[in-house]
Design a protein around this ligand. Structure first.
Ligand code: SF4
Ligand code: SF4
Ligand code: FES
Length: 371
């Protein structure tokens, strides 16, 4: 059995009610290396300073209470081993601070209600079942549908994804990764009667699903593999491809233009993307009045980028293309994906096999893949 060893924790302390500025406090604790950051904080609290504030309950990565940032990354304090955190600590001191994008109540405790829960409530986080015609007994749902929502259902509402979402930092009104994943859980549930309304609402909201910038941060942050960004992409596919929702934020047009440019050139052409997103998905798009307006408004940014050498004038105007043979490979990928009779949704969350050997546990929707 491993012996206890010394670890130094650097905790961010802050009490907004005191009027004092935040500060760092260091404590050296002694624990076996496999023990958690939460164990370390609780020991520091018991041995050195009872006023350290941390929220926790289950200590088993189930309740979602102990979200913090460890060495600058969001995660669960009870689910992060001291030895692993030490490996990531640049100066040998494990740094723990409160999650981001939410106001601090005290020390490591943030106000989840002010941000996270408010956004969850925003997406109507319950099933809206039909009022008439309910089955006499239980509502039978086909297995494939439930497999599809399993990943979103694994969320424990810890807020780690919200903490470091880059879009939320830029736009605090963005619905955010956790709430979007929750929305997908009901949009994909065949018992819900509000799927179209939910999708339209989230597509038309300027702070809705098209506000995500695909930074992947929420995927890295989530301790439960919910991959909120993937749920947002699924919401977009359902909104645009399945229901033809062309939103007023140009989200659907932007994605269509993006895909067309990559298909035709093998690479993105930024200068074409903007006018096509507003004026229509063709070379003529730039002559549409809406495209003209947005091009004019982007001139200061483009000029700055040119002056700073971030963009070469020739590339800015004409863009770049892959060689013809490479473009053919890209186009073949498009042909394969678009030629499928049904869209494939990859549910990479579930794994394993049924005990009775009848197939993969949580057999994925037809054509889906489990790993
Ligand atoms: S991928 Fe989207 S939702 Fe996820 S953290 Fe980035 S911006 Fe936020
Ligand atoms: S999606 Fe993941 S990171 Fe976000 S709240 Fe749920 S469990 Fe936490
Ligand atoms: S204490 Fe429950 S998830 Fe950490």
């Amino acid at each position: 059995m491993a012996e206890p060893i010394a670890f130094t924790l650097r905790l961010r302390r802050y009490d907004p009610e005191s009027g004092d500025a935040p500060f760092w406090a260091e404590h050296t604790i002694e624990l076996e290396p496999h023990r958690s950051i939460l164990d370390g904080i609780l020991q520091a609290k018991a041995r050195f300073d009872g006023s350290i504030a941390i929220r926790c309950s289950c200590q088993a990565a189930i309740c979602g209470s102990c979200g913090v940032r460890i060495n600058g990354r969001p995660g669960l304090a009870c689910n992060t081993r001291l030895r692993d955190a030490l490996r990531d600590a640049p100066d040998g001191v494990i740094e723990v601070e409160p999650m981001g994008n939410m106001p601090v109540i005290k020390d490591l405790v943030v106000d989840m209600d002010a941000v996270h829960w408010k956004k969850i409530r925003r997406v109507t986080p319950w099933l809206v079942a039909e009022e008439d015609g309910l089955p006499e007994r239980e509502h039978l749902v086909d297995r494939d549908s439930m497999v599809d929502v399993t990943q979103a259902m694994a969320c424990i509402q810890c807020g780690a994804c919200v903490s470091d979402c880059l879009s939320m930092e830029a736009d605090p009104l963005f619905v955010g990764p956790a709430a979007a994943a929750k929305a997908y859980r009901f949009v994909a549930d065949p018992r819900d009667t509000q799927q179209l309304e939910r999708l339209r609402d989230l597509a038309e909201d300027p702070h809705g699903i098209y506000d995500c910038t695909h930074c992947f941060t929420c995927i890295d942050a989530c301790p439960k593999g919910v991959a909120p960004m993937n749920q947002i992409m699924r919401l977009r596919r359902r909104a645009a491809d399945d229901h033809g929702i062309v939103d007023r934020n140009n989200g659907e047009r932007h994605e269509a233009a993006f895909a067309t440019l990559v298909r035709d050139r093998g690479l993105l052409h930024e200068a074409e993307l903007l006018p096509r997103s507003y004026g229509g998905d063709s070379w003529l798009g730039k002559f549409h009045p809406a495209a003209g307006r947005v091009l004019l408004s982007s001139l200061p940014v483009v000029t700055k980028a040119l002056l700073r050498g971030k963009v070469r004038p020739r590339v800015a105007v004409a863009g770049e293309r892959l060689p013809r043979e490479d473009r053919r490979h890209v186009q073949r990928i498009f042909d394969t994906v678009e030629g499928r009779p049904e869209r494939l949704e990859l549910n990479l969350y579930l794994s394993g096999v049924d005990e009775d050997g009848a197939g993969a546990a949580g057999r994925p929707p037809e054509g889906s893949e489990t790993r």
